[in-house]
Ligand binder design. Sequence first.
Ligand SMILES: [Fe+2]
Ligand SMILES: [Fe+2]
Length: 354
Amino acid sequence: MVHDKAPTCKADLATAIRESWSQIDEEYCNQVYEVKVCEGKVYIQTQNALSLTPWKKTPCEQPGNIGASEIKQVKANDECSLTYWASRILCTPDPEEKAKLTHQVQEMWNSGNITEIGHIEPPVQPSRKEDLTIVQPGQIKRGKGGTLASRIALLHSLANIEQWAIDLSWDIIARFAAFQLQTGERLPKDFFSDFVKVAGDEAKHYCLLEKRLVELDSRFGDLPVHNGLWQSASDTAHDLLGRLAIVHMVHEARGLDVHPQTLQRFLAQGDKSSAQVLEVLYADEITHVAAGLKWFTYICDVEQRDCLSTFHELVPLYFRGYLKPPFNTEGRKSAGMSEEGRVRSDCAGEPDIY
Ligand SMILES: [Fe+2]
Ligand SMILES: [Fe+2]
C-alpha cells in the first residue's frame, strides 16, 4: 500500500511511516511489514513481495477468490474484453479451472468472439488454492529423477512452474494492455494474440503434467510449492521491456537450457511417458522465447533503441540470479536468441520457466 500523503521531508517521512504502521497494525493484527521509500512516497508491503509500484486495489487482490461478479462491478463495459478474462483467470485459484478457462478464452479470442482488449487491471498477485502448501523457494527440493518419488517431485515442481507460466501470460496481457510506445503507438493486436497462444500452451503443459502425476498415483498439491516465480512479475510490473527480457528471454530461455538434462533423468529411469510430456513442453517453449524476443525487438526498433545493450541494461536491474552453463545453444538458436543474449554466465543460478 502507498501512504496517501507523500512526505516532503525526513520528519514528514517518519510521521508518515508511523501512521502507516499503526494503520497496518489495526488492519493486520500487529504483523510486521516491510517499508520502502521511493521518490518521496512510502510503500508498505502487505503481500509477499515488496513492490515499488503503487498498490492499487483490484477486484481480486484478496487471496482466495473471486468471481465474475466482483470484476463486473469494476467496469461493466469491459466484461467481454480480453483483460476481463485475463484478470478473471488470474483470480482463479484452482489450476485445473485456470487451465480450462484459458483454453476457453483462447478459443473465444481465436474465433473472434472476443475482440476488445479492454482495461481491467490485473490483481497484484494471482490466487492460489487454500490447501496448497506454499514455502520459501529455497525450501523446495526438486527431484533429481533417480527414484519414483524423485520423478514425482520433479514433475510436481514443473507443474507449479506451468501454473505460474499461465498467470504470467495473462498478466502481461492485462498489465500492459494500455501500454504506449514512446512514439505514442499502442501494441499491435498480434502482441495479444501471441500471448494468448502462450497462455494456451502453458495451460496445456499444466494439464499434461497433472495427468502424468495422476498416472504416477500423485496429484498437483500433494507437495509444497513456492511463489518465487512471481517476483519477476512484480519487479517488472511497470516495465514491459523488462518483463519480456526477464521472463521470456532469461527464465524461459533457461528452461530450454535445462531441458536436455531433465529429459535424460526420466529416460535413464525408463520413464518414456514423462519424457514425451517434456518433449511437448520443450517444442512449445522455443516459441515462447521467440515471442518474447520478437516483441522485445519490435519495441526496441520502434523506439530506436539498441536491442542488445537494452537487454544487458535491463537484466541486472531485474534479475538477481546468475545463469549457469551448460547452455542449450541449439534450442536458443531455434528461438532466435544469439549467444550475446546470455548474461553473467560464469556463476551458479536458479530459476527456470517451462
Ligand atoms: Fe513458456
Ligand atoms: Fe510451459
